[in-house]
Design a protein around this ligand. Structure first.
Ligand code: RFL
Ligand code: PHB
Length: 398
């Protein structure tokens, strides 16, 4: 949209055009609610970020609700389970058999492509390249947002601001210190991820827990693989030349899985730190937070994008109700409703990370307990069911 036809007011100003902001925008437009999305970067940047790959059924349903699940259902890979490689043993978690649900492997890049492509036809305006986005009067009744585009300062008045601008965004940072409670855990390691044009080494996702550290084999299609290895928190990309990455990955995945591993130059390589984080509540006055702006999970449980989607759904319901009836009940209940699902996903991602990673800080007894937990999981249908239920995604209602 060009600067000349920008409205001067909208009902909901959405900061950030990641999964949370774009899903919220589509859900609101579906209900006829006026909104505007302000994104700092350009479309190619947001769409180009290689991130999530595992999509819960609840997220598929949210895409269906906005009529954008066509390609996801056609091209996404439905998976009935996944495996954990441990000490040369493969523990298969039969998600479909244990829960009746399945997950879909479909890249975040593809989801973003579908959300962006459909935006103009749905009347969802996205301003890319919005610099210096600033939130004003979030504690009052007449909030507004200013930003700079093409050297000019712009302003939009609104009734609510949805802060969907990720962990490092401006929204949460606009809340005066001491007004929210933060809960945070930073893990003493990170993940190095590689995307490569080779067929996946296994038909389903494999999580490997090895003496030398964690590894993960995932995919994007029949010809594109996504692999990760646990690395030191201080490691840099230069510490991990291609050969080191592929050799380490093969060792950690174990012989059976590594037998199918094909090496190729990386199309993309990235390091990510691991963190668990929640801020409470997810609201301050007329600012409502959603997605990574309010919480972070370590990627082990594959929950980040799925939580961004469920936040967007809860928030769209609250804001639609307000816009239609003037009732604040949904807005007042939003944070509690979202946090109830968020904390369960935080617990699961934390637990799965502890189960599968090598902690340089672990004491001998902690290591023994970790081994005992994996041994228990490998034989107990009850433990596997609990894992499968969380992995497939908990219900939207508590
Ligand atoms: P995002 O995706 O960070 O989007 C925020 C957007 O806000 C913009 N922005 C601003 N705009 C205007 N003004 C400002 N001042 C702004 N500051 C920032 C940014 O440019 C950006 O476009 O947050 P959102 O929408 O909450 O979505 C969260 C998800 O992206 C994230 O949780 C997932 O990627 C996490 N994740 C996974 N989630 C899953 O559900 N399944 C997975 O399999 C999965 N795998 C992963 C992952 C994340 C990973 N990394 C790199 C952290 C694997 C990895 C390696
Ligand atoms: C991915 O495919 O990128 C992926 C899969 C599972 C995870 C995290 C990331 O837990």
């Amino acid at each position: 949209m060009t600067a000349s036809n920008l409205p001067s007011r909208t009902r909901i100003a959405i900061i950030g055009a990641g999964p949370a902001g774009m899903m919220l925008g589509h859900l609101l437009r579906q209900e006829g609610v006026d909104c505007l999305v302000l994104e700092r970067r350009d479309r190619a940047y947001v769409e180009g970020r290689v991130r999530a790959g595992v999509i819960e059924q609840t997220t598929v349903e949210i895409m269906q609700r906005v009529g954008l699940a066509g390609r996801l259902l056609r091209e996404g890979l439905p998976h009935g389970g996944f495996s954990i490689s441990w000490n040369g043993e493969l523990i298969h978690i039969d998600v479909a058999g244990l829960t009746g649900k399945h997950i879909t492997v479909y890249g975040q890049q593809e989801i973003m492509h579908d959300l962006f492509d459909a935006a103009p036809a749905r009347g969802l305006d996205v301003v890319f390249g919005a610099e210096d986005v600033t939130l004003h009067d979030i504690e009052g009744d007449r909030p507004f947002v200013t930003w700079r585009s093409g050297g000019e300062t712009r302003r939009i008045d609104c009734e609510f601001i949805a802060g969907c601008d990720g962990f490092h965004g401006v929204s949460r940072a606009s809340i005066p210190s001491g007004r929210l409670v933060d809960y945070e855990k930073i893990y003493p390691f990170g993940w190095l991820g590689v995307l490569a044009d080779v067929p996946p080494c296994a038909p389903e996702v494999v999580y490997a827990s090895h003496e030398r550290g964690f590894a993960l084999a995932s995919m994007r299609s029949a010809t594109r693989s996504r692999y990760y290895v646990q690395v030191g928190a201080e490691d840099r990309l230069e510490d991990w030349p291609d050969d080191r990455f592929w050799s380490e990955l093969a060792i950690r995945l174990g012989e059976t899985i590594a037998a199918g591993l094909e090496r190729a130059p990386a199309i993309e390589t990235a390091m990510a730190p691991l963190r668990s984080y929640v801020c409470e509540p997810m609201r301050f006055g007329r600012l409502l937070l959603a997605g990574d702006a309010a919480h972070i999970v370590p990627p082990t449980g594959a929950k980040g994008l799925n939580l961004a989607a469920s936040d967007a759904l809860f928030l769209s319901e609250a804001l639609t109700d307000y816009c239609r009836t003037g009732s604040m009940a949904g807005v007042d209940g939003y944070s509690g409703r979202a946090l109830s699902r968020v904390w369960k996903a935080e617990r699961f991602s934390w637990w799965f990370t502890h189960l599968t990673h090598r902690f340089p800080t672990a004491t001998p007894i902690e290591r023994k307990l970790q081994i005992a937990e994996m041994a228990y999981l490998s034989r107990s249908r009850a433990a596997q069911t609990a894992l499968a239920e969380n992995y497939a995604g908990l219900p939207l209602s508590p």
